[in-house]
Design a protein around this ligand. Structure first.
Ligand SMILES: Nc1ncnc2c1ncn2[C@@H]1O[C@H](COP(=O)(O)OP(=O)(O)OP(=O)(O)O)[C@@H](O)[C@H]1O
Ligand SMILES: Nc1ncnc2c1ncn2[C@@H]1O[C@H](COP(=O)(O)OP(=O)(O)OP(=O)(O)O)[C@@H](O)[C@H]1O
Ligand SMILES: [Mg+2]
Ligand SMILES: [Mg+2]
Lengths: 251, 251
């Protein structure tokens, strides 16, 4: 039975995609079977994994609309994990989902047939609390919340936790906050250390002890279509995601 | 007749809100009458302008649903510009908008009664190409696209420009790309300079010559509810937005 983890935060640019791609590669590198699902019409996890998003036969779009079974949408990636890719057509299916029966369960139902083949299924969400993100929260057992330690990112947590509580009370009672991940961490600035201590004070044991540092190699790797582990394994960013993979397996 | 400028980019965390708030303050500081419209349910432009988003009488939500006239939703701010604030209730109105007649014209129609009182109206958009962003693109004459000079941000430009072309062909033929703004610019990294030269090669005269540097004071100011100009006028970030204001007036 796969562990299904969603990466969500409606605050934009906090490291959702970077975390999803690099954790997938790190878990695969230690022998886990991993499936990454790109649920963002931007398709960043798709290109960041080395897949050409303009030539997709199967995709998350087809999966949600029921055009293809999950197995037909899965592609291997250079990072050693499988992916169900996405592109801008996913914007269309968000609108179509709104008029469907059981619309928030579409992803959960589509994954049922393939989740036993994996140890982990990681879902990258768009920066908005829309029907795509709701589908991820309904399909997932755990939520990883990447947070940049800055003011606006902290401010948005309340709205996200309220949405999670609504999903727990209705469509997915087993959903838990699996962990809060501090990203782009720059311990030299007072802002970062102050926001970080507020996170620890408010969420204590939910905050991963692994902290992802700001590291330019993490931002360079996607232009080569590679996770940082394949682009520069010794980089501080790559090592941090490997440490996160260990911490996640131990939880 | 006000100049109505939207700040849009579905890539998250590229500096849309920071640019909107700091440009509003910079234009106000040189005597322009400015209205900022927060069209993001996150309400970051609202808190970043010093307004408590939990106590809103009038808001963008009420404006779009027709509950209040624009004049009733306008608040003054410490930054010297007016604001129509937003909070998470705006998520609800996005869903309600989808079933309304002329849904993409709601904002344009609501602004008609008050735009003559301002020199500039700046609209902060959420990180997604949804009905809220479409409303901004239909109401605006110009679009400012903040771009962080990194791979994923560059990748998303094509989808945004396609959406703009669709709006120009249908609901708003006068919409133009007013300018592409390079944000969080760190000239020491090869990635930044490489993406920047790609922007200049592809978009040449549309790229503002003013570049916004990465500057921690811009990230600190929102926790005090102030634009950087009031928080630290001498900071590199504040000066860059003042230079941008001059460049915009000259265009
Ligand atoms: N730890 C890091 N150090 C340096 N750069 C990083 C780090 N994490 C992410 N980045 C870069 O910061 C930008 C934002 O990260 P990313 O796109 O992963 O965030 P996101 O939350 O997925 O954004 P969106 O909300 O648009 O989906 C990207 O250009 C990415 O390459
Ligand atoms: N030039 C800059 N230098 C340093 N920090 C910056 C700069 N511009 C913005 N920031 C910080 O980076 C983060 C992202 O910026 P901001 O929230 O303005 O982007 P956005 O595009 O509005 O995000 P969203 O997509 O969530 O609406 C914020 O924490 C902000 O304070
Ligand atoms: Mg992303
Ligand atoms: Mg914003």
């Amino acid at each position: 039975m796969a562990k299904i983890l969603g990466f969500a935060n409606q605050k934009g640019g906090v490291g959702k995609t970077t975390s999803c791609v690099n954790l997938a590669a790190s878990l695969a590198a230690i022998g886990k079977k991993v499936l990454l699902i790109d649920l963002d019409p931007q398709g960043n996890a798709t290109t960041g994994s080395g897949i050409d998003k303009s030539e997709l036969l199967g995709s998350t779009n087809a999966l949600l609309l029921g055009d293809n079974a999950a197995a037909e949408c899965i592609l291997p990636t250079p990072g050693g994990y499988d992916i169900i890719p996405a592109n801008h057509e996913l914007t269309q299916s968000e609108l179509e989902l709104l008029s469907m029966e059981q619309r928030e369960f579409r992803l959960a139902q589509a994954l049922a047939s393939i989740e036993d083949q994996y140890d982990y299924v990681l879902i990258d969400c768009p920066p908005t609390l829309n029907m795509l993100t709701v589908n991820a929260l309904v399909a997932a057992q755990g939520l990883i919340i990447p947070v940049q330690c800055e003011f606006y990112a902290l401010e948005g947590l309340t709205a996200l936790l309220n949405t999670v509580a609504q999903i727990q009370a209705s469509a997915n009672p087993k959903l838990e906050i699996f962990g809060i991940l501090r990203t782009m961490f720059d311990g030299r600035t007072a802002l970062t250390t102050e926001v970080s201590s507020q996170l620890l004070a408010n969420f204590s044991n939910k905050v991963f002890s692994t902290v992802i540092p700001r590291n330019i190699r993490l931002a360079e790797a996607p232009s080569y279509g590679l996770p940082a582990l394949l682009y520069d394994a010794a980089a501080a960013g790559s090592r941090a995601y490997q440490a996160l993979a260990e911490e996640i397996i131990e939880r």
